[in-house]
Design a protein around this ligand. Structure first.
Ligand code: COI
Length: 344
């Protein structure tokens, strides 16, 4: 059966928040004695977990985020899952989690989305099925060291926009009081600890009226690293600029948008971006899987405010990039780079 919304569950698809929703199945694999199990689809939302699991104490955990979409012709497609498989492999290597083979990752995505087909938001609703893979060290251990056993899980969750209001500009605050990651740390890996480290800065920003916060490099506080949940991009004339840093996440959305920008004839620059350049940018965005692009119309840095675009209107280039990406994801624009992976 590959018609995606024949049996859709009844949800308010157009007003979905970015919140947990229980679906029918998640998929689980266990790593024991040097190999991964075959993977079981289960309905239980809870994990049987030893209290001495290193994931709980020492943060031996890596995760991913990707999305699936319902297309106009009734297909269900996941967006660039191979890239997530590769990134999870890099994150896992860094924190001594056994590799999840690419084919196993893709098969897991396929099986869990297929099993939850009725939760794939219907085409045209603007919602998507967020796919959350995670791998955790489970084998009991008290001393510091990698676990002897692991669990790889994927659950799925129908979601609407990450920020309430969707594609609307937000204000950002540069938080120098907090670092998200260290220069030779794990900032370039999708591991839970980076997000825990970002909670303080996020809260500091929220209390001051800024929904998103931007981190500078932790060594010199001179270059722009990334936002708490997403990469930094800036548009200047016909150039797409994004930060190059060892401590930021290699965002698949950023990569996709930069390819789209080049397809549209723009120049692409990935390089250290000095905070002093802020005044030269026409448009700024925060880019990641969950939010796609969050346009940023103001950045506060110390006692200065840098304003981008005009008021609440999203800049023209970011609008074009966003439109093109969401059209490709929904199957409404030629997928010339082969980014869509069909859940048959
Ligand atoms: C994503 O953009 O997919 C992320 O992983 C950010 C997360 C905080 C939802």
């Amino acid at each position: 059966m590959n018609m995606q919304n024949k049996t859709s569950v009844s949800l308010d698809w157009k007003n979905l928040p970015f919140e947990y929703v229980k679906t029918d199945y998640n998929i689980r694999y266990y790593w024991k004695e040097g190999k991964w199990s075959a993977g079981d689809l289960v309905s239980d939302e809870y994990l049987p977990l030893h209290m001495a699991a290193p994931a709980l104490h020492y943060g031996q955990e890596a995760f991913e985020g990707l999305k699936a979409f319902g297309t106009a012709d009734g297909r269900v497609v996941a967006f660039r899952p191979v890239e997530n498989a590769r990134r999870l492999r890099r994150s896992s290597e860094r924190i001594f989690i056994p590799a999840i083979p690419e084919e196993m990752f893709l098969d897991a995505v396929h099986r869990v989305v297929d099993a939850n087909r009725s939760f794939v938001p219907p085409y045209g609703t603007g919602a998507s099925l967020y796919i959350r893979p995670l791998v955790i060290g489970t084998g009991a251990r008290v001393g510091l060291g990698p676990a002897s056993e692991y669990m790889f899980i994927i659950f799925v969750n129908p979601v609407g926009p990450y920020y309430k209001g969707g594609f609307k500009p937000v204000k950002a605050l540069i938080v120098e009081q907090f670092d998200r990651a260290a220069p030779l740390g794990v900032g370039d890996c999708k591991v839970g600890g980076n997000y825990a480290a970002g909670l303080g800065g996020g809260q500091y920003g929220k209390e001051r009226g800024y929904p998103v916060v931007l981190y500078l490099d932790s060594k010199e506080k001179r270059y722009i690293d990334e936002f708490s949940t997403s990469n930094f991009i800036a548009i200047r004339n016909n150039t797409y600029i994004t930060s190059k840093s060892n401590s930021i996440l290699p965002s698949i959305t950023n990569d996709s948008l930069s390819i789209i920008a080049r397809d549209m004839g723009m120049i692409f620059e990935r390089r250290p971006v000095e905070v002093s350049e802020l005044e030269t940018f026409d448009e700024v965005g925060a880019v990641g899987t969950a939010a796609v692009i969050t346009p940023v119309n103001l950045i506060r840095y110390r006692d200065r405010e840098y304003v981008f675009g005009s008021g609440d209107r999203v800049g023209p280039v970011i609008t074009k990039l966003y439109d093109r990406l969401v059209k490709i994801q929904a199957g409404d624009f030629e997928d010339k780079h082969g980014w869509l992976y069909e859940i048959t």
